[in-house]
Design a protein around this ligand. Sequence first.
Ligand code: PAF
Length: 282
Amino acid sequence: METIRSPDELRYWVESWRLENRSVGFVPTMGALHAGHLALVRHASQLADRVVASIFVNPTQFGAGEDFERYPRDEERDSELLQEGGCHLLFLPEPSTIYPQGHSTFVEMGPPAERLEGEFRPGHFRGVATVVTLLLNLVRPDHAVFGQKDAQQLAVVRRLVRDLHLPVEIASHPTVREPDGLAMSSRNAYLSAEERTAASAIYRALSSAREHIEQGEHSATEIRRVLREVLEREPLIDIEYAEVVEADSFEPAGVIRGSIVMPVAVQIGTTRLIDNIPMEVD
Ligand code: PAF
């Protein structure tokens, strides 16, 4: 695996692969990699001949008072994991490469970026949409792979690519979970032992809601109640939202039918965690 920092080197590698008729897959990350990221890299290597991963802790998607400063950073370990995971090229840009002095262009989005994460983290999706557009323009991959764990981000990226006619196929990969169901996340590292135990309630709530739907429950109001009931049993958890939404628009579902997502965001101590389960319902 080659590690590069400049757009010129990136162009050199991607263009040389194109001359060899090789397709390119891309996995954008913010580092602090875990098995979930490595599953995205594996997925990309099934879709394309060559895999580029980026590590960039994007300042514009963090709000004031969020964890930008303390976000875990470990380039050496991440680079080893990517190498073992079959990545061909690691793009590690400096902030001044992505946002040079005077940078003033941002991607503003309407739905599906407005609700839930959009409400609780104002400006977050403006930062995500901007950096994803920048990275896709720099890498120019055939395929880009995003985790289902950030379901609203996935919906935002799909809409962005469609609306801006970006020439890339967006693929997704299911959430990778710990044995007790907790979704793998770089932010799990912030949890104390007690908080880590409490965090398993998130997947219990989602699984319980899924069971109700599988047993024929079609009322979104009832499913929201089930999600909250399980989460509220855990005293360390503060619920931000526990929802049922249409998968494309992230608008609230009324009757549960078709492609839906149950997204949940909670605060446990100083750590904010999100998770979801997507479902196809007849
Ligand atoms: O999901 C992430 O890690 C980030 O939001 C992304 C897509 C790399 C953009 O910074």
